[in-house]
Design a protein around this ligand. Structure first.
Ligand SMILES: Cc1ncc(COP(=O)(O)O)c(C=O)c1O
Length: 429
């Protein structure tokens, strides 16, 4: 299984013993609402590793009856845990500890592995936050989404590493010449702050490329440059969904997308694939009220299925009827060896007019050029451009202008298409 694939298997699920007294200890004398005590005990149990990822929790009814509190109190705690990404509800099968809180992180986390005494726990909870070198609850949930491998080694090149291009075949010399030329001129605009949505010549070059190569229909104003697809997915999730909204992701699918959606508090439902791509009928059966669907239609990650044109139209039709968003991750469409790629969903969707658009298109130069460049882009409906640009400014203001300028020239002078042709031949071989 590739490094980033997130398989979900029913057999992997574990059950938490249904004895809530082992999970939650309530103290009615404490000046802390009961729902918060339930929330805090379950969260501590997850963070300390006492409940493993994917374990099933007792139902709110059972927990409430054994703790002798109202079901609403337990539901409030569960809602909060779901919104923060600790728990996931499955449409038919109860509530589970999120799969994206890896066991390794939990057992190595900042929380004590064994359960402190009730007195100790009360003291810890009332301790002023500033005296503890630990992140907030939101911070802990966010930090738990990244794997230790990512934190400590990155994804170093090695034979058969999935998703990393042939870095030794990158035309360093050409890239270096363009960079040197720009530095010699060193226009001040390249050194000053720029606009958050990106360097205009690059946005124009990308819009032209997408129109010709991906059948996309957009103006350069709809293109927003970001720090790779990961930032695009993070921004889209933050801007388009409310905590607790249901998100479809492909199963198996891309962990980076799952993480971005979990960070926004989505209730994540894995949807199986068939020979035509994401299985829409299964999606409608498992979670009919999804607010967003993350898909890789050109080249499904990690199975490689290409979504058929019929399925594309059906998914678009569903999104329009349901008022849902489609997050189209077109991370790898350039590398097809048997036939021309199918047009992007964005292009099919844009035919209906910008006001009805349901697709947020995500692209990246990580596969076509090199991943440390950290340049990717979004194509969003015109009405959302300002919101995306403003949110981008809050996170990290903008991408480095010099890199954007080198890339713009690299594309406009034809080096990008030439490099793609060379890489297709190399990879086909
Ligand atoms: C499905 C998918 N989307 C996007 C990306 C690219 O991510 P980024 O642009 O953040 O480097 C990858 C890289 O592995 C991927 O597998």
């Amino acid at each position: 299984m590739p490094d980033d694939a997130a398989p979900e298997s029913r057999s992997a699920r574990r059950r938490v013993p249904s004895a809530p007294s082992l999970l939650v200890t309530l103290d009615a004398t404490r000046d802390e609402p009961l729902h918060h005590q339930v929330y805090a005990d379950i969260r501590d149990a997850i963070l300390s590793g006492r409940i493993a990822a994917r374990s099933q929790l007792p139902s709110t009814r059972l927990l409430a009856s054994e703790l002798r509190i109202s079901r609403t109190t337990v539901s409030l705690a569960f809602d909060q845990l779901r919104a923060e990404g600790f728990l996931e509800a499955r449409e038919r099968g109860g509530t589970f500890v999120a799969a994206t809180i890896p066991d390794r992180v939990l057992s190595a986390g900042p929380h004590p592995p064994s359960r402190p005494s009730a007195q100790g726990r009360v003291a810890a909870r009332s301790r002023p936050v500033s005296s503890v070198a630990a992140p907030s609850r939101r911070g802990a949930a966010l930090a738990s989404l990244t794997t230790p491998a990512m934190l400590h080694s990155g994804l170093q090149p090695r034979a058969f590493r999935t998703g990393v291009p042939a870095l030794d075949a990158f035309p360093h010399a050409v890239w270096g010449q363009i960079a040197a030329r720009l530095w010699r001129r060193a226009p001040r605009a390249l050194l000053a702050y720029g606009v958050p949505n990106g360097y205009e010549p690059l946005r124009r070059a990308i819009a032209d490329y997408l129109e010709v190569s991906r059948g996309a229909r957009c103006t350069h104003e709809q293109v927003i440059i970001v720090g790779g697809s990961q930032e695009a997915l993070y921004l889209a999730a933050q801007l388009l969904i409310e905590a607790g909204d249901t998100a479809w992701i492909e199963n198996p699918g891309y962990q980076g997308a799952r993480n971005a959606l979990a960070a926004a508090g989505a209730r994540i439902i894995g949807i199986p694939l068939d020979g035509e791509g994401l299985d829409l009928a299964q999606g409608l059966r498992l979670a009919p009220n999804a607010r967003i669907a993350y898909i890789t239609p050109s080249h499904q990650y990690p199975l490689g299925v290409t979504m058929t044109i019929g399925r594309r139209l059906a998914v678009l039709e569903w999104a329009r009827r349901a008022g849902a968003w489609i997050l189209e991750d077109d991370y790898d469409s350039e590398f097809r060896y048997t036939s021309r790629p199918l047009p992007s969903l964005q292009g099919l969707d844009a035919g209906k007019g910008d006001r009805e658009a349901r697709v947020i298109y995500v692209g990246s130069f990580s596969k076509t050029l090199f991943p440390s460049l950290r340049i990717g882009f979004l194509v969003v409906p015109s009405a959302l451009v300002d919101a995306f640009a403003a949110a981008r400014a809050v996170i990290d203001r903008q991408s480095p202008t010099v890199d954007q300028a080198v890339l713009a020239e690299f594309i406009v002078e034809g080096h990008f298409m030439r490099h793609l042709r060379r890489m297709r031949a190399l990879y086909a071989e």
